[in-house]
Structure formats: C-alpha cells, structure tokens
Design a protein around this ligand. Structure first.
Ligand SMILES: [Cu+2]
Length: 493
C-alpha cells in the first residue's frame, strides 16, 4: 500500500477514505508520510512517521527524542504555482518559495510581503525546541518541503549525526548539515553550553540553487533552542511548543558566515553502524535525466525518452494485476510490457526474480535532483559532478557506502546507486522536487512479477478508479494549463 497515484493506485476521491496498512517488520528510524497526488503534500498534507525499535543502536545515548520538520513555503496553493510552472514558455523556472517554516512556524516581516496577502505577525510564533540542561537529545530533522535544500545548524553546538533515512550511523560531529527534500537525519545535541540558555537553530534555504537566487526575501528560518531545568525522574520527551511573546529571543551568533552555494549531500564522512557490503550487480539500468522544451514551448522533464504523465484512472499496478485490464498474455513477456505501458508517458523497468540492480543516472540539468526510490533502500555507490567513470566505483570505501532512500544528484552530475530488487510491487523512482516530478521526472520498477501476478488489489482501492469523482478536485483548475491541441495529441481529452 504505497499510495502513489498513477503508479499503485487511483487517488482517494473527495469525500472518500481509505486505510493504509503497512508492514514495518525489522524497520526503524525516521520517515514521513505525505500525499502522493501531484504537488498536494506541500499544501500541508504530510507528517512525521517514526519507528522505534529495541534493535536500534545508540538508544541509550540520548534522553529525549523530538522531530524537527523543515520546509520551504508558498503563500499560494501549489496548484496555482504548478499552473505557472508548467505553462508554455516557462522554461523550467521553478517557483521561488516565499519563505520557510520549522515545524509549521515562522514570523514574517510583513513589510516585505506582497500587499495582495494578509499578513499579521504580531501573534506570530517561532518553533521552540526544549532541551533539558546537561542532558543529550535526539533531534530528527526531516525536509518535508517542495524544492529547497536546507543548510542548518545550532549556534554554539556541534551535532552528532547518528541516522540518515533510517540507517544507523557511527556518530559523526557537524557544525552544519545539508538536508535535501525528503531526506532525514537524526542528530544528537548535548545541552552542555554555559554561554547562554537560548540558542538559534538556523535553517537556510540554499538559494543559489534557485532559478532566481535573489528573488527569495527571507532564505533563513529560525527556531529557538531553549534549555530547561532538569526534572526529577521524568526522562520522557519534552514536547516542542510555541514561544510566547514574553520569552526571550536568543542573542547567539552563527558558527561562521560561510554559506553553502552548491546543492549536494552531506559529505562522505558518514559511516553506517552495520556495514552491509553491497553484493555484485546482476544488471545495470542507465537513465539520462534532462529537461527539454518541446511542442507548444512546454518544458518537460525526461528520463531517457520518457516524460511521466500520471494516469488517474488506470495506474501501472492495476494494469499488471487486474483481470480484464489491458494485459493480453504472460506479464513476464517484455512485449506485453510494451503493450500495457506507453514508454513516452510512463517508463516501467521490469526486474525478473530477485536481482541486484545498478542504476546510473546522468543529470544534464543545471538544477539538482533529490532522487527517491520507493519500496527499497539503495547503496550510494558513487556520486559527483561531471561524468561517471569506472574508477568512481572505488571513490566511496565499501564500509562507507550508505544505504538510504533519497540521494542528491548535483547539477550536471551523476549518481550510481545499487539495490536488491526483492520487494514485490510497482515502485516509483522519482525526483522529490515536486515541480520536477510533475514535469515528468518519474519512472517505475516492476519487481517480483512472479508474486505480483497473483495479487488481488483491495476492492475499495480499485473502486476509486471508476468513482464519479475520480478525476475531480485538485486538477480542476489546472487542466487547461497546456494548449488543447497538445492535450488532444496526448490523449488527455
Ligand atoms: Cu529534480
């Protein structure tokens, strides 16, 4: 129950509901849930999902455990921004965020906001993170945003990174962390500074990676890290609360004024606790990722010759499981795959049996991509700028190859990832920059077809595909975004 519209299901229509059941056997760490219907999650439909386990290493190293969600923010609903972004002549100019939030909060200088918006910051509150003085605390950072990578740090404190995307790490100290969209890091903070009792947590969008770097008015958002006195006996998590106007604002200064100007992942100092050595690969897929301006001056994102278009009533998984769908024979035949999938609008790579897959992606775009794989974690085998060459295989030592689910391909760079395709299903692989995914940067892996073949999909879920409101809602306002001739050619009418 992956919830990916156009890939594993039809959207839940307005007024309907659906309960997802998810197995978490053996899993632990920091995750998040969100709508996977167009850009909908960035309007607020997301939340953290934390899996605790006695098997997780290092649980005795901290006394409290809190979530810190970072995201860029747009004052307009995302569908309006999407309309502008996908319009003819827009040339892949991603919408510039109006600001950023920490745990849903920020306080704005209203004089800097377009007068068309109502702005009143007098009751505005910044997020507060309470840390018991003298104790150690786990903060779980999640970038739940649309587009911006963040660089963040806490004045006066180094943090020890202990987790990336659900993978436990040997603690490693950092002054600042880079976190791209959909990535997660846990860090331990020791509340042992004697300089102050309140400190700024600063999270700055790396605006050099925006289409117009100077267009963002306030790239930095702050939260207040507040020391509290030790409570007797009670070692449970202190909830993150909002600051009241009476509380003192920190006067602390940042570690240094140097700022990140390139969007890339945290450097390779990270080391997994369990060095699961990646097995030798069985097959290699190559993806060329770029943006092209095609007919009607529309800019689309491509993996090879494929630019994904969501099919709202006939998702990929339904096509390989439902009797009476377009399947004409043995789904293990490649010819049948071509019959049921139009590569131009939805590339599906089928992996037979349990295989170790290498996936090499070259990025021919001047923007970075936080690439995310559903249903599996992958090893980051190599990443960098320019082209991949064979010697890059050994650039990251075996024991430092990180298992994660979201990796950054920097501008004009490459990444080589490896995964064991053993989880049955139809799994999206896409850029988690919502604008890029909607422009077409999404493809799917069809894995363990021998098992999927026998699946029966939940009837309620299948029913959504023929629901009278199946295609209503979010897209109503934006279906005119491209000229009708184009829509006609692409069967969208
Ligand atoms: Cu992207």
């Amino acid at each position: 129950m992956d919830g990916t519209t156009g890939v594993t299901q039809c959207p839940i229509p307005p007024g309907e509901s659906f309960t997802y059941e998810i197995k978490t056997d053996g899993q632990y760490g920091t995750y998040w849930y969100h709508s996977h219907f167009s850009t909908q999650y960035i309007d607020g439909l997301f939340g953290p999902l934390v899996i605790h386990s006695p098997k997780e290493p290092g649980r005795d190293r901290y006394q409290t455990d809190q979530v810190v969600m970072l995201h860029d923010y747009y004052h307009d609903l995302s569908r309006n921004k999407l309309y502008e972004y996908l319009a003819p002549d827009a040339e892949n100019a991603e919408p510039i965020p109006d600001g950023a939030l920490i745990n849903g909060r920020n306080r704005r200088d209203c004089s800097k906001i377009d007068k068309k918006y109502i702005c009143d910051s007098t009751e505005g509150e910044l997020a507060e993170i309470n840390l018991t003085r003298g104790a150690s605390h786990r903060l779980r950072f999640i970038n739940v945003g649309a587009f911006a990578e963040f660089e963040m740090g806490i004045d006066g404190h180094t943090v020890e990174v202990i987790e990336a995307d659900g993978t436990s790490l040997v603690p490693s100290p950092y002054h600042k962390l880079n976190i791209n969209v959909a990535q997660r890091y846990s860090a331990i903070v020791h509340a042992n500074s004697t300089d102050a009792s309140e400190f700024w947590l600063r999270a700055r969008m790396i605006n050099h990676c925006f289409s117009e770097p100077d267009a963002v008015v306030e790239p930095e958002v702050r939260a207040i890290v507040q020391y509290t006195q030790k409570k007797s006996k009670d070692s449970s998590a202190v909830p993150t609360t909002a600051v009241t106007a009476k509380q003192a604002l920190p006067t602390t200064t940042p570690w240094n004024r140097e700022i990140a100007v390139v969007c890339q992942d945290l450097d390779g100092k990270l080391e997994p606790v369990d060095s699961l050595v990646a097995p030798e690969p069985d097959q290699l897929f190559y993806l060329r990722s770029n943006f092209q301006i095609g007919n009607y001056s529309l800019s689309r994102g491509f993996f090879n010759s494929s630019s994904w278009k969501r099919n709202l009533t006939n998702p990929a998984l339904n096509r390989v499981t439902l009797p009476g769908s377009k399947i004409l024979g043995d789904i293990n035949s490649d010819d049948v795959m071509k019959d049921i999938f139009n590569v131009d609008k939805g590339m599906v790579l089928k992996v037979d049996g349990i295989k170790v897959v290498d996936l090499l992606i070259d990025n021919y775009d001047d923007g970075n991509h936080p690439m995310h794989l559903h249903g599996h974690k992958f090893w980051v085998m190599a990443q960098g700028n320019g082209y991949f060459n064979a010697s890059d295989y050994s650039a990251i030592p075996r024991e430092r190859r990180l298992l994660r689910d979201t990796v950054t391909i920097e501008a004009y760079g490459y990444v080589l990832i490896r995964f064991v395709a053993d989880n049955p299903g139809m799994w999206a692989f896409h850029c988690h920059n919502v604008w890029h995914a909607e422009a077409g940067l999404l493809m799917s892996f069809f894995t363990r077809s021998d098992i999927v073949n026998d699946w029966t999909l939940p009837p309620a879920l299948v029913g959504f595909c023929s629901h009278p409101n199946a295609t209503n809602g979010f897209f109503d306002d934006i279906k005119e975004v491209v000229p009708s001739e184009w829509r006609h050619e692409n069967g969208e009418d």
